[in-house]
Design a binder for this molecule. Structure first.
Ligand code: AMP
Ligand code: MG
Length: 419
């Protein structure tokens, strides 16, 4: 039986929406999952900060030298000619100089060593002429040079990190620099996924006539794992209304988000949207991208629902363009990063019909002159996963553009910016 415009308030029969509109609607509809846990600082990598991190100390904790050189009072620097300063000691990182630097005196100082009392300036050693116990310093230096002031990075009591930060290595270092060994991170979303299709066999099963191995559960597993969510693999579900309904209930009972592949077009056995309509809410179901139309978005009993197409490349494109940004918000990331795009010179002609935004698979390289060059990764059919595996970027062709000649400039989304 064919389902046509299953008829709910979500506007199934809307013309395909541009990607940016679909994204805006999805992201507006999502709130971060509730709950947090306390984890050791290292285990917080790639997690989302739940509570602010405050600094209990000044960073740096004391004024210290940014250079190897000589520490002295800036007020005594010569404005012309040269002045001799007597070297009265040395300060190393971890081994401060205990005395006070008086007028006409200086202390040999290494990077990171505390600036001694009486000094406020460091003259780098390359600008100093040593003669026995004297350091001769010329004009051209300013008081305060080469000193990292106490609290310059962060004052005691200040917020070092805001909630909603996706913790990268720099953040771990910052937390560690405050002497903090444990942070509060948001619970990771639980994402259940399953494939739909009577033709699908799982690895280990014999391949019957007309059957293919299910690959979407593997790409989804990879992308979701990289995204740092908890994955729940619900296997392959047959193309019947009953099986699908049961799978929807099972998934919604344990997950914050559900991702399916296949069964969202208008074929004879495409029941995903119909089932979503029956037991959940459908947000929209077509986006003007290629590959990837149609996509279903909605909710099932409090869980977000993404019904991706069945074709293996379409699954990856729709995941990266729509699901990844949505799951970042669900994870609690306050300001998800915009896609990283670069401009590259096209090395081969590309075919494109105006209408949809296309994500063609490409191979990006840096030419000898430093410019980016991109060529097609081969045949672009939405079922051809090999083009995706061979590629290292999407060549993003906007809605209104047509064929692109070799030599023209195109926008490229490197896979390194994706999960
Ligand atoms: P559908 O959207 O269900 O009509 O599927 C579109 C195409 O993708 C068909 O050729 C399916 O056989 C194929 N396909 C669907 N699901 C999978 C899967 N999990 N792994 C590999 N190919 C799939
Ligand atoms: Mg199918």
């Amino acid at each position: 039986m064919k389902h046509q415009n299953p008829g709910c308030g979500g506007g199934h029969d809307d013309p395909a929406q541009p990607l940016h509109e679909a994204l805006a609607r999805i992201t507006a509809a999502i709130r971060p999952v509730e709950g947090f846990e306390c984890v050791a600082t290292r285990d917080a990598l790639d997690r989302v900060l739940y509570a602010p991190v405050h600094s209990s100390v000044d960073v740096p904790a004391y004024s210290n030298s940014a250079m190897d050189g000589y520490a002295l009072a800036g007020a005594g620097l010569p404005t012309a000619g040269e002045r001799a300063f007597r070297v009265i000691g040395a300060a190393f990182a971890g081994h401060p100089f205990a005395g006070t630097v008086g007028d006409g005196e200086c202390v040999r100082i290494m990077t990171g060593a505390p600036v001694p009392d009486g000094a406020d300036t460091v003259v780098m050693q390359e600008r100093v002429r040593r003669e026995g116990d004297d350091a001769h310093i010329g004009a051209g230096h300013r008081p305060g040079d080469n000193v990292r002031m106490a609290g310059e990075d962060l004052k005691a009591g200040a917020v070092a990190l805001e909630p909603g930060v996706l913790l990268r290595p720099a953040h771990l270092g910052l937390v560690a620099s405050l002497g903090i060994g444990e942070v509060k991170v948001r619970r990771r979303p639980r994402v259940a996924f399953f494939s739909t299709g009577d033709e699908l066999a799982s690895i280990g099963e014999p391949l019957g006539p007309g059957q293919i191995f299910d690959s979407n559960r593997y790409t989804l597993f990879g992308m979701l794992t990289r995204l740092g969510v908890e994955v729940i693999d619900l296997g392959v579900v047959r193309d019947t209304r009953e099986d699908l309904e049961q799978a929807f209930h099972l998934a919604a009972a344990q997950a914050d988000a559900i991702i399916t592949s296949g069964g969202v077009s208008v074929g004879e056995a495409d029941f995903v949207t119909e089932t979503l309509d029956k037991i959940g809410d459908v947000g929209f179901w077509t986006v003007a991208i290629k590959p990837g139309r149609p996509v279903a978005f909605g909710r099932v009993q409090g869980a977000l629902f993404f019904g991706l197409p069945g074709n293996p490349v379409s699954v990856m494109v729709t995941f990266y363009q729509l699901v990844q940004p949505a799951l970042r918000i669900l994870s609690g990331v306050a300001a998800p990063e915009a896609p990283a795009l670069v401009t590259a010179v096209l090395e081969s002609r590309l075919k494109k019909k105006p209408g949809r935004r296309e994500f063609q698979r490409g191979v990006l390289r840096t030419a000898a002159d430093g410019s980016y060059r991109v060529e097609t990764a081969g045949r672009q059919g939405s079922g051809i996963l090999r083009s995706m595996a061979h590629a290292n970027c999407f060549i993003v062709l906007p809605e209104d553009c047509g064929d692109k000649d070799a030599g023209s400039q195109v926008t490229v989304q490197p896979f390194t910016g994706l999960c």
